[in-house]
Write a protein that binds this ligand. Structure first.
Ligand code: RFL
Ligand code: PHB
Length: 389
């Protein structure tokens, strides 16, 4: 089999890239390790920046998002019983949209199917060959069948545990990592959200986040120990703990109910450099991870897709290699800025095991500064709604 762009990974990065390329008449084949049902059962991100919204529009996949997504003009931040709001539109003119990653991915799959674009599911043993030549190819297995895919370019959109990053030789790759000493326990429940905007809560018992998918579906998170398992937490224990971490007036109106999904995510900051090796380009979680505080993971994946899609267009439409040559540098420049914001916002809101009373005073002072200082709010809002591409 032969294609122009081989895409490893059918998560949101891979599917968005495939659909954008399709709109411009550039062929791709997507290879996905799991089944479609499995990919669409993962509950992850919930907040979309304008950049991703625009890319979904350009990909022709934005109708349901615009009909069902919710525009949010600000967010709430609490510490103890204090709560304040950062207004995005006042400071940046840009809102964000609440629309689940699961739905984004579902819309992209539907578009791919309508377009008849090839996707191979349940592929195993994917190997990328000749990425440092002008004629790379992939080998992989589906069941007992060995297959080969020849291509001009490989997009490594296979997430943090994929093969693409590992294909870049160790003497070329530099990795930067920070592992946080806690995780997030997340619960999805068919209950109305406690508040119409998200609440990021710093409490002496640890961080909590009140988020949502729509008027009847809520998503809540609490900071937990890395040694916890979701089964250690009954629904009752989860609700009890959440209520203790958010302001009392919010806790009093929280509607609880059975969880329909419960999972624990570790928190990590990670970047690999460079994001390009020859004709292999890394996109999204394959190249970088942020802690979810600030909702930057999916959105940063989308900005990579933007740079790569435009670089490939420039190559196929104008014969220019400038975009592909500049891809890694451009993408990394924005990646490091979102790494900084996610790290800062995580540091502001979580309890750390080795935190001293002085460190806690610093968190409170920073929260009070943010509460009262318009310039600080503006900096926060600019990062939250998404830095320009
Ligand atoms: P994904 O989604 O991991 O998709 C990679 C795909 O590649 C497949 N794959 C392979 N396929 C073929 N061969 C192989 N060898 C393969 N190895 C892997 C996998 O099966 C998978 O389908 O990466 P992608 O596309 O780069 O997308 C990144 C986002 O999923 C991620 O950044 C976000 O979910 C992070 N994130 C959030 N981001 C936001 O922007 N806003 C949020 O509100 C937000 N909340 C979150 C989050 C992530 C969370 N977890 C669980 C880590 C909340 C949570 C709890
Ligand atoms: C979510 O709704 O899943 C969500 C929202 C905001 C975040 C992280 C996760 O910062």
């Amino acid at each position: 089999m032969k294609t122009q762009v081989a895409i490893v990974g059918g998560g949101p990065s891979g599917m968005l890239l495939a659909q954008l390329l399709h709109v411009r008449g550039i062929d791709s084949v997507v290879l996905e390790r799991k089944t479609k049902d499995y990919v669409l059962s993962r509950i992850r991100a919930g907040v979309l920046e304008q950049g991703l919204i625009s890319l979904m529009e350009e990909a022709g996949c934005a109708d349901r998002m615009h009909a069902e997504g919710f525009t949010h003009n600000g967010t709430l931040i609490s510490y103890g019983d204090e709560m304040f709001r950062v207004d995005f539109t006042e400071h940046t003119d840009k809102p964000v949209m609440v629309y689940g990653q699961t739905e984004v991915t579902r819309d992209l799959y539907a578009a791919r199917e309508r377009a008849g674009g090839p996707i191979e599911f349940e592929v195993e043993d994917v190997e990328i060959h000749g990425a440092d030549t002008t004629s790379p190819y992939l080998t992989y297995r589906v069941g007992t069948q060995e297959r080969r895919l020849e291509c001009d370019f490989v997009a490594g959109c296979d997430g943090f545990h994929g093969v693409s990053r590992q294909t870049i030789p160790l003497d070329v790759r530099r990795e930067y990592e920070k592992v946080y000493p806690f995780g997030w326990l997340g619960v999805l429940s068919e209950t109305p959200p406690v508040n119409e905007e998200l609440i990021y809560a710093n409490s002496e018992r640890g961080f909590a986040l009140c988020s949502m998918r729509n008027d009847t579906l809520s998503r809540y998170y609490i900071q937990c120990s890395l040694s916890d398992s979701p089964n250690d937490w009954t629904d009752a224990a989860f609700w009890e703990e959440l209520k203790r971490r958010i302001p009392k007036d919010q806790a009093d109106k929280l509607v609880t109910g059975p969880s329909i999904e419960k999972s624990i995510a570790p928190l990590r900051s990670f970047v690999t450099e460079p994001m390009r090796w020859g004709r292999l380009f890394l996109c999204g979680d394959a190249a970088h991870i942020v802690p979810p505080t600030g909702a930057k993971g999916l959105n940063t994946a989308a900005s990579d897709v933007h740079y790569l899609y435009n670089a490939l267009r420039d190559f196929y439409e104008n014969g220019s290699e400038a975009g592909i040559d500049g891809y890694s540098e451009k993408a990394l420049d924005r990646v490091w800025k979102t790494e900084r914001f996610s790290w800062w916002f995580s540091s502001l809101l979580h309890r750390y095991p080795d935190q001293s009373p002085f460190d806690i005073k610093m968190q409170v002072a920073e929260l009070e500064f943010l509460r009262s200082n318009k310039a600080a709010q503006r900096a926060m809002a600019e990062n939250y709604v998404g830095l320009p591409y």
